[in-house]
Unconditional design. Structure first.
Lengths: 253, 162
């Protein structure tokens, strides 16, 4: 496999991992949502992310060409092989934390997939063109919620502000480019994520302002997801996600 | 590969596929929904190409199985259903007949053009009023949002524009 082919494989796996870990977290809200409509919405968004993961893993399996399936990528890799951004694996916290994370991720996804839709790789472009349509709906909802919660009661304001304080330093790695990814970006395949940061920050800041929330200080960051260095939470997430395939290998229903 | 309308086999295939319904919204056929992309017959092997509505929509797996079952029942021995992502599915591809069936079924059909902010032009499928308000961006399935009519007070699903 050429180095560019290997880079493309790693890229697809990382994008699949981002979608799967966040999709799994959102699915944990199923039957636990604050009210019925919101329960449905969280589960619907979870499905969109899990659907993305399937498309990226299926493409990764095709690139690799060793007979692994999309399920093998999801169920048979351990923490250090996962390459998702850390923000996606953090536990859900309260509803404010979940929606604050969605705002940060959805705002990023809109720009990221919007640009990836122009990739010179036709399969990546097709997946991205599909994803960006869904992200548009996701972002509208997360913006609405953050404005309602931030500009709501004293308690909802406090909880939402706390959520952004806890999340802020995890957003930084969304804009770090590795040398391998840079190589793909130079070939017109990958997105230069570093170039997305300014637009993302101004978008998020505008929503926070409207929500009467403070923009947290940029005085800390935690990175490592793309190198496979994770928080302790991913292990617990995968233990639940992968339980059946680990306990009963090859099980189908 | 043969063009539609030239080969009677293909015409028959499309008639059969027109009888396959969306498992979540049984009044819509896959033709109404606009997910059928292509069909071909080569050495008695049938290949049907469909496009997903939403990336994670669980109905897609049911649609594939229903296509295979329907064609098998009609005597086609080797059927393959493949998925094509690009260009991404849009509600613009839903037929006019499909939109009317949705409305009659109690679901407000998507407003005509795929747009970012589709709030304008949604009408209550019960009384036809344009005085409607959004309850939730996401309804009982990925493709729908929840609305309520301000005139007749009925809550209803809106098939989102995408």
């Amino acid at each position: 496999m050429s180095s560019q082919r290997k880079a493309l494989l790693d890229y697809c796996i990382a994008l699949g991992d981002d979608s799967l870990t966040l999709g799994h977290r959102l699915s944990e809200w199923s039957s636990n949502g604050p009210f019925l409509e919101e329960d449905l919405a969280l589960t619907n968004v979870a499905l969109d992310f899990i659907g993305r993961a399937r498309m990226f893993y299926a493409y990764a399996a095709e690139i690799e060409g060793k007979g692994r399936s999309e399920d093998d990528f999801a169920f048979l890799r351990d923490c250090r092989e996962y390459r998702n951004f850390l923000i996606n694996e953090l536990p859900n916290g309260d509803f404010a934390f979940t929606m604050a994370r969605q705002l940060l991720v959805d705002a990023y996804d809109m720009d990221f997939f919007g640009r990836l839709a122009g990739s010179s790789d036709p399969d990546l472009a097709a997946i991205a063109a599909k994803a960006v349509k869904e992200s548009r709906y996701h972002l509208r909802r997360s913006e609405d919620w953050i404005i309602r919660l931030g500009d709501g009661t004293e308690e909802s304001h406090r909880r939402t502000q706390d959520a952004f304080e806890q999340l802020w330093g995890y957003a930084a790695e969304m804009f770090d480019m590795s040398a391998q990814e840079r190589q793909l970006a130079d070939a017109g395949i990958a997105v230069d994520r570093g170039a997305l940061e300014a637009g993302w920050a101004s978008k998020v800041q505008a929503v926070l302002k409207q929500a009467t929330l403070e923009v947290p200080a940029d005085d800390w960051s935690i990175r490592g997801g793309r190198e496979g260095i994770h928080t302790e939470h991913l292990g617990y997430l995968l233990a639940e996600l992968q339980f059946l395939q680990r306990a009963y290998p090859g099980l189908q229903w | 590969m043969v063009a539609v309308g030239v080969n009677p086999e293909i015409t028959r295939l499309f008639e059969l596929l027109g009888s396959v319904a969306d498992p979540e919204i049984p009044v819509l056929s896959l033709l109404d929904l606009g997910v059928l992309r292509d069909s071909s017959i080569d050495d008695y092997k049938v290949t049907i190409t469909i496009t997903p509505t939403y990336a994670g929509c669980p109905a897609m797996a049911a649609m594939r199985a229903d296509i295979e079952t329907t064609l098998a029942a009609a005597g086609y021995g080797q059927v393959r259903v493949q998925q094509k992502l690009s260009p991404a599915w849009s509600t613009d591809w839903m037929t006019q007949g499909g939109r009317e069936k949705l409305r009659a079924y109690g679901i407000a059909p998507p407003v005509n053009t795929a747009c970012a902010h589709a709030a304008d032009g949604i009408e209550c499928p019960q009384c036809g009023s344009a005085q409607v308000s959004k309850i939730s961006e996401f309804g009982s399935t990925a493709c729908k949002a929840l609305y309520q009519c301000q005139d007749c007070r009925e809550p209803f699903d809106y098939f989102k524009c995408i």
